[in-house]
Ligand binder design. Structure first.
Ligand SMILES: [Zn+2]
Ligand SMILES: [Zn+2]
Length: 370
């Protein structure tokens, strides 16, 4: 039986183990993908670190989701991508890593991103289709998964963040209602934050303010379209930062503020930075159980709303690819992936991506090359 390598995660604190995993028969509506680049996303670090606990069986878990690849084998019925363009083996593709169930109130309401059944439980190498995640030589795109051919103008490095970070921020800003000429505060200048700055610019935002504490990351945000940056270390008092945002937004506060930090403590400050009628976009905090103190009257008197976004609707991926084509020389996309590791070095790659390493400004995204 033909096999491919996969990194299997067994438990928090234990290293990934490389295993030979059987290459599955491809169902008529599925696609076997040869993974070209698999990035380590912030949520992968949460699972690895154990602050987003999950029940993993003895079989382990093959995970990772931010990736791109080429078609290794098409299912017998797959002739085109999700836009009806001819698809062949060897084509470079971007694809979603979750499939909405099509049989729940959210799906029926045409809100696939909100489908509660779109993410399955953690699966290991013994369970069909064996290749469940990005940290492996192959990925099995299940029937119903959306797939899009990648334009020739884009490098693999530009495309690998598309199916998570980029699509997430694009859909998030759409859901939050960012408008032409609007103002936005972006909390956190990691992979998602800097791309949010670029997307906001492309959507016509007039004032883009990025908050972080690492000078290198703030400098990167500038290269991605930030008009102003706020360094937490230089302005340590919350009230001073809120006042600065007011000044930079004509005295009103921002139309939109968003959490791309992943530590919920930043949320009340972001809500305070909003102007009347503003929207807070929550994406960063995925750890269940994490809590904040919130003064609801702030929402009522400020007519503010909070929008939570997990994943995105399928139309987002091709628009994210178009965004990259038209902005590929405008923003520093080549700087998003700072280090590449072979799959065998996955434990080193995770260690290097760990929060504190990131805080030192060393790494924006580490990528594995399976
Ligand atoms: Zn991700
Ligand atoms: Zn559903």
């Amino acid at each position: 039986m033909a096999t491919g390598k996969a990194a299997v995660f067994y438990a928090v604190g234990k290293p990934f183990e490389l295993r030979d995993v059987p290459i599955p028969e491809v169902e008529p509506d599925a696609i076997l993908v040869k993974v070209s680049l698999a990035n380590i996303c912030g949520s992968d670090l949460h699972f690895w670190r154990g602050d987003a606990p999950l029940k993993i069986s003895d079989d382990g878990w093959i995970y990772g989701h931010e990736m791109m690849g080429t078609v290794a084998k098409l299912g017998a019925k797959v002739k085109t991508d999700s836009l009806g363009r001819a698809l062949r083996e060897g084509d470079r593709i971007a694809y979603s890593y979750f499939v909405a169930c099509g049989r729940c109130p959210s799906c029926l309401d045409n809100r696939p991103a909100a489908c509660p059944n779109k993410i399955g439980r953690p699966l290991g190498p013994s369970t069909f289709p064996h290749f469940h995640g990005a940290f492996a030589e192959y990925y099995y795109l299940r029937p119903g998964g959306h797939v899009f051919k990648v334009p020739d103008e884009l490098t693999d490095e530009m495309v690998s963040p598309v199916n998570c970070a980029l699509s997430q921020v694009l859909f998030g800003l759409h859901q939050a209602g960012l408008r032409f000429g609007g103002s936005i505060v972006i909390q956190g200048a990691g992979g998602l934050g800097v791309q949010a700055a670029a997307v906001a610019k492309d959507m016509g935002a007039a004032t883009i303010i990025v908050v972080d504490q690492v000078p290198e990351r703030l400098a990167l945000a500038k290269q991605f379209g930030a008009d102003h940056t706020i360094n937490l270390k230089e302005i340590p008092e919350r009230k001073d930062r809120v006042a600065l945002v007011r000044t930079l937004t004509g005295g009103f506060g921002a139309d939109i503020a968003c959490d791309f930090v992943g530590f919920p403590q930043v949320i009340p400050e972001g809500i305070e930075m909003l102007g009347p009628g503003g929207t807070y976009l929550e994406i960063g905090t995925i750890s269940r159980g994490a809590k904040i103190e919130l003064e609801p009257a702030q929402l009522v008197w400020g007519a503010k709303r909070i929008v939570g976004v997990i994943m995105y609707d399928p139309w987002v991926i091709p628009r994210a690819l178009d965004f990259l084509v038209r902005n590929r020389t405008r923003f520093a996309f080549d700087r998003l992936i700072s280090t590449k590791y072979p799959l065998e070095k996955i434990n080193d790659a995770f260690a290097a991506s760990e929060w504190y390493g990131r805080d030192a400004g060393a790494i924006t995204r580490a990528a594995l090359v399976p």
